[in-house]
Design a protein around this ligand. Sequence first.
Ligand code: FE
Length: 137
Amino acid sequence: NHSIMSDGKIKKSEVEWKKELSPERYAILRTKGTEAPFTGEYYTNKETGMYLCGACGNELFSSKTKYESGSGWPSFYQTHSNAAVEMREDQSHGMHRTEVTCSRCGSHLGHVFDDGPQPTGKRFCINSASLQFKKKD
Ligand code: FE
């Protein structure tokens, strides 16, 4: 596949992403949108499995680290692996936040905050539309 780089990263044009993703997924994953709280497909999901990147399928978060934050978005206290996501400072919308993106395809996932539970103290606040859930049998 021509879109997979030698380092394993996935690069596609926005035209290609737009063709592949639903309008809602495209708006959140590729233009850093945010779904309305308490509306997402996975906010209340308590099934056992893995949450993959909604754009490229990269394994991002295990259901074992999902918890009820009360925020209205799926919340995790840890990533599946250190390499799964990238984080960067985000000064948009008059706020100082840390954006979380998929390390493989660069798509926007959500933000991470320092008010999560132990053992990490982190709250990965992730859009349902940025994820696809793979149930474990
Ligand atoms: Fe991805």
